[in-house]
Design a protein around this ligand. Sequence first.
Ligand SMILES: [Ca+2]
Ligand SMILES: [Ca+2]
Length: 160
Amino acid sequence: SFNIMNTLKITLLMLYLYVLLPNIGKGWGCCPENWIASNTSCYFISFKLSNWTESEKNCAGVGAHLLVINTKEEQLLIYQKLDKRFAYYMGLSDPERTYQWQWVDQSPYDKSVTFWHPGEPSDNNEHCVFINSVKANWGWNNAPCHESQNSVCEMMKIYL
Ligand SMILES: [Ca+2]
Ligand SMILES: [Ca+2]
């Protein structure tokens, strides 16, 4: 029985060292039901037609924010989940009305990771950004903030 107990202890120690410990703080992230999971984020596609400010409030109400696209991979992942008949607000706007684009989560606006449609952003009192499909190409368009659109919310994965 001594050997069995020792074997059990060693097995538990190995389990702790090689399985549980490396995953503390990273491996067990999860998303709420009906949200889409990526490596680090959870996304919810909302078909509640709202202006940009209301759309952001709706996301904030569930602990999220409007979609912030940080990488090309994220852009690709998102548009594959969207219906090309509609436009979806994301968390990019120009609150100062000076065409200085700002992400809602304070991520720096990096011009090298933007996906504007050709000819966008336009400068016709259009200070809020949505993602939509034009001739089968997904990209960003700035539009008047009062337009009612669908939206995509994003939050960090929840770590257990
Ligand atoms: Ca993101
Ligand atoms: Ca535009």
